[in-house]
Design a binder for this molecule. Structure first.
Ligand SMILES: [Zn+2]
Length: 169
């Protein structure tokens, strides 16, 4: 390759790189524009979704308060050990998102009984389990157990949490 040829080749490479950069920039712009929508007056409004974590907490709080009202702010499994404030206690852990906001899975319990349900020195999950079976029947308990095994998508969580907040607010 001659000196001249090498120079042209280098120039071509630079031109190609610039073109690539330009295209990339054009793509970035469209990406950025996609994040913006305009309102009626044509003013740019940035659409932001509530983070999923926050949405879940909001739904938890709404249902928890509703449940405590339903149960009359009294521990549903009262005994001499009752202690602490009233809380929305889950029969099946709320980590199983499918049954996190089922009315029959959440009950008003004192802090002691909520903690002792599955934690502490001697966890006693049978106390709340017996209460649910006595009140709603074995059928409902089995339905909750079966439901709890289902996996959910983040879209499902978003829709369900929004529904729960609307329903129990
Ligand atoms: Zn209690």
């Amino acid at each position: 390759m001659t000196k001249m040829g090498a120079k042209l080749d280098r120039e071509q490479k630079i031109a190609n790189a610039l073109l690539k950069q330009k295209l990339r920039y054009a793509k970035m712009l469209t990406k950025r524009q996609a994040r913006h929508t305009k309102d009626k007056k044509g003013v740019k409004v940035r659409q932001r979704l509530i983070p999923l974590k926050k949405l879940k907490i909001m739904a938890d709080q709404a249902l928890s308060l509703w449940v405590r009202k339903r149960d009359g702010f009294r521990c549903v499994t009262p005994d001499l050990k009752c202690k602490g404030c009233m809380q929305g206690s889950h029969l099946i852990k709320k980590g199983r998102t499918r049954i996190r906001w089922e009315e029959t899975n959440v009950h008003c319990q004192c802090a002691h009984h909520n903690y002792n349900h599955d934690q502490g020195f001697r966890p006693s999950p049978e106390i709340l389990t017996n209460y649910v079976i006595n009140k709603y029947g074995v059928g409902e308990y089995n339905r909750l157990c079966a439901l709890s095994k289902e996996e959910v998508t983040s879209l499902w969580i978003r829709n369900k949490a929004t529904e729960v907040i609307e329903k129990y607010k």
